[in-house]
Every structure is written in structure tokens, then in C-alpha cells.
Design a protein around this ligand. Structure first.
Ligand SMILES: [Zn+2]
Length: 274
């Protein structure tokens, strides 16, 4: 998306223009949570009398189509399903964040693209997208998982292992792989250890299934892992790029994921289809 939309706006610029009823689509949970936190702070200051959207997200997914008590002094009840939005006062929203109204509510300023499938975006609602954590210092994308300790020897071993597997894959396809350990380390430095696609901090020491681990992705898949044809992205983004071909934008309706190389026109089509 960063390639398709090279002139992305900065966070501060975006917030200046933001209104509480705008909808933001994000690609991952960590930037969603970070964005909502910052937007609520801004909402309290800039729009103290405007209502805050709250998302109904029951921990027990069976709690759908049942009468739910809406947070607030009226204690009104409404029949809700997952991802329904209700609007409450700033004071009530603060109570919700302080966990005074249970665990089934979240701020509703931003949704992951995945959660937004099936929702109708009402006119004149504006929608924005974010592929990275807003603000100067995004938090690590831990999703509750602990951050493994960094050990240089382990990191180098992991790089070596991956290079070996890239060599095998490239050889099988008749491609060349000229990557060396120092090339990967140079990329890490150049990208300031961030995923080129979603901007999370990459891990070099990790549990095998940790999707925050680094991977060396080919920019042009018709070529091998050559040092002028690669960048570092996280494993999760690598998997998405693998499964989400451009022609599968349609798949976003059915649980697919937003491809990293979607063009601006296709992005518009995608939004139109949500
Ligand atoms: Zn990523």
C-alpha cells in the first residue's frame, strides 16, 4: 500500500482533519489500538461534547442478537451483534476504558480491514487507512506476547538458516540467490529494523511461529533473492503477500486480506465494495 500510495499523510496532519465520526481502516491490531488511544485523547480535548463510537465486541461470541445493556446513565438495552457501534458520551467512554462496563466494548474509531468486511460505510462517513502505528514511538506489536530477548549469535544463526532456505527455493526455480549475512544486516540497519510493509519492529530471535520475525521478501517475484531485489518484511506480511494476489481483491469480502501491492484504483474499488 505504501508503494501504491507514496504520498501518505503524516499522523499529525491527519489528526488535524479528523472528526469523531470518520472511520479508519487499519491492517493490524497494534496500529488500531494505538490509533484509538491517541484519537480518544484528541476527542476529549477537541470534541468534548461529541459522542464517542463504541464497538460491541463480546468476548463470548454467543452473546449476539441478545439484549445488551448500553454503557451510560440510562442503562438502555439494545439487541446487538458483533461490531455494532453505539455512541456514548466522553465520560461514559472513559468509564468503559477503565473497565467499569465489562470487557465487551472497545473504541470504535478504527477497525481492522478484516473486521470491516460486511459492514456498510454510511455516507457521508470518511474513511482513512493506516498500515502502521501512528505517533512518534509505536509500541511493539506484541498482541500480548512477550518480547524474546535479543541474542546476536542466535540472530545470525537465524539469518543463516533463512538464507539457506532461500537458496534452496531459488535453486529449485532456476533463480540466483546471492544474499549474504552482511546484506541482511545492512537491510536491517537501512530499514531501521522495521517491516517495509506494516512498519512493526522485526524480531531476529523468536519462537518458530512468531509472525513478527523478519523475512527477506523479493520485490520482483520473477527474480531470486538477489541483494538488489529484496527488502525485509515481517512473516505476517510475507504470508499476506503470498496469498493475496492483486486479482484477489474480491476476496476481501470473504475473509481475505488486503494485498501489500494493491493500486490506488483497486483500493478505491475495495472501499466501494465494503
Ligand atoms: Zn509487516
Amino acid at each position: 500500500m505504501r508503494k501504491a500510495l507514496p504520498r501518505c499523510r503524516g499522523w499529525t496532519d491527519f489528526v488535524d482533519d479528523w472528526q469523531p465520526r470518520d472511520l479508519i481502516l487499519v491492517t493490524r491490531k497494534a496500529p488500531r489500538d494505538q490509533a484509538q488511544k491517541l484519537l480518544f485523547e484528541h476527542h476529549k480535548e477537541a470534541f468534548p461534547d461529541e459522542l464517542v463510537p463504541l464497538l460491541y465486541r463480546p468476548r463470548d461470541s454467543r452473546l449476539q442478537n441478545v439484549l445488551v445493556t448500553i454503557p451510560g446513565p440510562d442503562m438502555a438495552k439494545e439487541e446487538l451483534v458483533l461490531n455494532d457501534v453505539v455512541e456514548v458520551s466522553v465520560e461514559t467512554a472513559q468509564e468503559v476504558l477503565d473497565a467499569k462496563w465489562g470487557q465487551d466494548w472497545a473504541l470504535g474509531y478504527a477497525l481492522t480491514v478484516h473486521s470491516s468486511q460486511g459492514l456498510t460505510i454510511k455516507d457521508p462517513q470518511k474513511s482513512s487507512t493506516s498500515t502502521s502505528s501512528p505517533g512518534a514511538a509505536p509500541p511493539p506489536d506484541t498482541d500480548g506476547r512477550p518480547e524474546p530477548a535479543y541474542d546476536e549469535a542466535v540472530a545470525r544463526k537465524n539469518i543463516g538458516r533463512k538464507i539457506q532456505s532461500y537458496q534452496r527455493v531459488d535453486a529449485a526455480k532456476g533463480h540466483k540467490c546471492n544474499l549474504r549475512l552482511k546484506d541482511v544486516e545492512a537491510l536491517k540497519e537501512k530499514q531501521r529494523n522495521r517491516c517495509s510493509s506494516c512498519n512493526i519492529e522485526l524480531l531476529w530471535c523468536y519462537e518458530p511461529k512468531d509472525t513478527r520475525q523478519f523475512s527477506v521478501d523479493r520485490i520482483d517475484n520473477a527474480k531470486g533473492h538477489k541483494r538488489d531485489n529484496v527488502w525485509l518484511i515481517c512473516l505476517e506480511c510475507n504470508r499476506k503477500r503470498g496469498v493475496a494476489a492483486l486479482t484477489h481483491c474480491e476476496a476481501t469480502k470473504n475473509g481475505g486480506l488486503l494485498p501489500g501491492n494493491v493500486s490506488a484504483g483497486q483500493l478505491q474499488d475495495l472501499f466501494d465494495s465494503i
